[in-house]
Every structure is written in structure tokens, then in C-alpha cells.
Design a binder for this molecule. Structure first.
Ligand code: PEP
Ligand code: MG
Length: 292
């Protein structure tokens, strides 16, 4: 496979004013890669639950391996962050995440995966094998307490050993977490074994404001609670910095030019946005940095 140019050289030639800032994209499927601008620094979020066309795909290790491999080959040396299945909440599949009374507060994301470890083990094997094809990072959704990431890391390590015993090529990737539950944001320093963090401000905002993200009648609360969200983001970023761990933002807020000065002021330097927002993000960054 052909290796792509490294992000560092892309930035120095494409736009030197972006300096220490990285702009990545969120995708839901490799079919979107054709529309991703060449000057993106990698995939900051691949929502793997949206790769699954049916419940049967959840158990299909080969299909998952092939799809992750497509993205990794496209990215070359650039990072690709695959988020483990975030089923539950507003996304049900194959009978999983269907019978919750309060779906957003229920068995969702990593909670659901740990309750159904067979799903997690299939995905872990596909990712461990795909990891040798590029610069893969694995991200856990909806983490609330540290024991969840410890348990997921244990399962990844077990599956890596099982693959090694079968002489199947595999590599243990960095394992990090979404920061989208307020308790996790407030206690970030307790997540000592997480390799990196990414702020999921879509969910963080809904849990902070106690306002469902899919209820249009409550959208005014999102604007009114923005200062609370930013205060939490600032605190979270500075804790990550004190821990010496990378932190990025992949929620929709990252793609809002009006929010960018505040996010930069909070210390954020890694942004992951929808492909169609990348150009506007770069323009807004340029303006924020040059003051023009
Ligand atoms: C988020 O919650 O901000 C996020 C990026 O994930 P999703 O929108 O898929 O829940
Ligand atoms: Mg989320």
C-alpha cells in the first residue's frame, strides 16, 4: 500500500500558520473517504456502529477487519481513531440497545459492550489484526468510571494473546476514551490507563444540561449552558495536560467557527470535524491565529 505524506509535512507546506494545531475528520464509513480533503491530518473519529448494516455484522470479524483496513490503508502514516460500537442511546441494532426506558441514560456504549463481551471480543480481534496495517487508535464510548477502561483493556490484551497463540499477525493499539459523561470529565485524573482523550461535546452537553440532544424544543438550553460546557472543557483539557496525555475534541462544537476562539483559549489544539467542515475550520483557525 502507498504511504501518504505525514501530517507534519502537510501542515508545513499547506498552511504554516496552523503550527501546532491538527485538523482531523469524523467519518461513519470508508465510502466517505473520497470526499475527505487531502490536507486532513487523519481520522479523529470513525463511528464504528454506523459501519454495521445489520445485526449480523456485529459478529462478522472479517467484514469489520476489511473495513478498518480500508481506512487505515487510505490514511497511511496518519492516525485513524476507531471508536468501539456506541450502541444504545439513539442507536439500536440486532436487538441490542432496544429495550431501555431511558436510552441515553441506559446500557449504552462501553456499558453495553461489557455486558455483551462477545460483541467486544469480535471487534477487538478485527481491530488488533487491522492495527498492523497503519496507525490505529481505539477509543471507548460513554466511559463513566476507570474500571470500564481497565476491563476493556484486559479483553484486548487477552484477545491479542489468543491471536499470537494462533500465529495471526496483530498489534495492541493505543486505547483511549471519549470524554462525554460529566463524571468522567470531572474525574479525568482517575483514568490513569487511558492513552488519550477526546471530548464528545454532543453528549457532554446533553448530560450537563439534562436536555436530550434529539429534542429540538430544548435547543435553546444548549446555547444558554455553553458557558458551563466551556468551563468543564477548560478544566478537562488542563487536567489532561497535567497528566501528559493528548486530548482532542470530536463533538459538533469543534466544527462551529463561532466556538473556535473559546476552544483554543481552553487549550485545545486537535479538532476533528465532519469532512465538509474541514475547510471552514482551517479558515477559522487562520483567522483566530492571525487576528484577521
Ligand atoms: C459526541 O458525543 O460528541 C460524539 C462525537 O459522539 P456521537 O455524536 O457519535 O455521540
Ligand atoms: Mg457521543
Amino acid at each position: 500500500a502507498e504511504r501518504a505524506t505525514s501530517p507534519a509535512s502537510l501542515f508545513s507546506s499547506a498552511d504554516s500558520t496552523q503550527g501546532d494545531t491538527l485538523c482531523l475528520v469524523n467519518i461513519d464509513h470508508p465510502a466517505e473517504l473520497a470526499a475527505v480533503p487531502a490536507d486532513c491530518a487523519g481520522i479523529g473519529l470513525l463511528r464504528s456502529e454506523l459501519l454495521m448494516a445489520s445485526g449480523a455484522d456485529l459478529a462478522n470479524e472479517e467484514r469489520q477487519y476489511r473495513l478498518y483496513g480500508e481506512v487505515l490503508r487510505w490514511a497511511g502514516a496518519r492516525p485513524v481513531t476507531v471508536r468501539l460500537l456506541d450502541l444504545g442511546g439513539d442507536k439500536a441494532l440486532g436487538g441490542f440497545g432496544e429495550s431501555e426506558r431511558n436510552p441515553f441514560l441506559g446500557l449504552r456504549g462501553i456499558r453495553l459492550l461489557l455486558a455483551h463481551p462477545d460483541l467486544l471480543r469480535v471487534q477487538a480481534r478485527a481491530l488488533l489484526r487491522a492495527s498492523v496495517l497503519g496507525n490505529l487508535k481505539v477509543m471507548l464510548p460513554m466511559v463513566t468510571v476507570h474500571s470500564e477502561i481497565v476491563e476493556a483493556q484486559r479483553i484486548f490484551a487477552e484477545e491479542a494473546q489468543a491471536l499470537a497463540r494462533r500465529h495471526i499477525e496483530a498489534r495492541l493499539p493505543d486505547i483511549g476514551m471519549m470524554v462525554e459523561v460529566p463524571a468522567a470529565a470531572l474525574m479525568l485524573d482517575s483514568f490513569t490507563t487511558a492513552d488519550f482523550f477526546s471530548l464528545g461535546t454532543n453528549d457532554l452537553a446533553q448530560y450537563l444540561a439534562a436536555a436530550a440532544r434529539d429534542n429540538a424544543a430544548l435547543s435553546n438550553l444548549y446555547d444558554q449552558t455553553r458557558p458551563a460546557l466551556l468551563r468543564l472543557v477548560r478544566q478537562t483539557v488542563s487536567t489532561a495536560q497535567a497528566m501528559g496525555k493528548p486530548i482532542s475534541i470530536c463533538g459538533d462544537l469543534a466544527g462551529r467557527p463561532d466556538a473556535l476562539p473559546a476552544l483554543l483559549d481552553c487549550g485545545l489544539r486537535q479538532f476533528s470535524v465532519a469532512p465538509r467542515q474541514l475547510a471552514a475550520l482551517k479558515t477559522a483557525l487562520h483567522h483566530a491565529k492571525t487576528g484577521s
